[in-house]
Design a protein around this ligand. Sequence first.
Ligand code: ADE
Ligand code: ZN
Length: 334
Amino acid sequence: MKKFIQSLPKVELHLHIEGSLEPELMFELAKRNKIAIPFNSHEEVRAAYNFHNLQSFLDIYYQGANVLIHEQDFFDLTWAYLLRCKADHVMHTEIFFDPQTHTARGIAFDTVVKGIDRALTRGHEELAISSKLIMCFLRHLDEESAFITLNQALAHKDKIIAVGLDSSEIGNPVQKFERVFKKAIDHGFKSVAHAGEEGPASNIRDALELLKVDRVDHGVRCTEDPALLAQLIAQKIPLTVCPLSNTKLKVYKNMTEHNIVELLRHGVCVTINSDDPAYFGGYMTDNFIAVADAHPLSKAELAQFTVNAIHASFISEQEKQPLLQRTLDYLEQN
Ligand code: ADE
Ligand code: ZN
């Protein structure tokens, strides 16, 4: 089964590019950019990755991003992630970036987008991995900062497909972002939001009703509200679930308790993703294996996660066809 999972074609829809910063690259960039970091070795960094909730992770994650300064740094970060995608048979990926984490440090929006986009373009040409870029607003910051960020994004509309909402869910309800999401949608951006990761099922309802999102990031707490669960199934609203993230951040005590397989069998358009792989101990294949180790799954069920992700992706129906074909061919031949 591990061999089947390793080579299974995959699609990733929930990946924070800053969360793919491996300790080795963090050290290299810190040295290159002469940035002091509070660790003496890679081992020390990894030992610090012991989280008890989302906030304890975010504090370290924002600190790690401080080493990213130049366009080349964002290129190197993204390219390293794409090589992991290649190894894991990821055909298509839709990645998040957090512009405010960088603009708050005086890094230009353009520098960030250009570095990431250059790597994504090369990834398409040299690795045959297609991609889309999603810009997230940080929900612990105010509406004004989100509007400034959206205005900066308008010059890069050709490179950014959607807006998203991430950072601390508890204490930062979506109401604050209703107007900025409306403006983004009016400009033609698609939209997603983290909801129901640590926060209650009502946050998922709010993201759907107030922000009008096309899909929900995490959303695992939907099972606490049967009517909401029925709505997700009926309206085919995708959930981008991140199993290793959820156990690392103590949303679930262990993978056996995770509801992802229950969601799949209920007919929810649920997908498997890696979130912040450098911090949570694994990329796409690792996440699939962690789920399959805790929950016996058939090959068809494993492939269904990819089929769901293809349907949930922001590429055209025409672009989806070869990805679906490749997945179904793989299932038939293996
Ligand atoms: N930013 C990076 N990873 C995140 C997560 N899992 N939840 C909210 N914000 C994040
Ligand atoms: Zn996330």
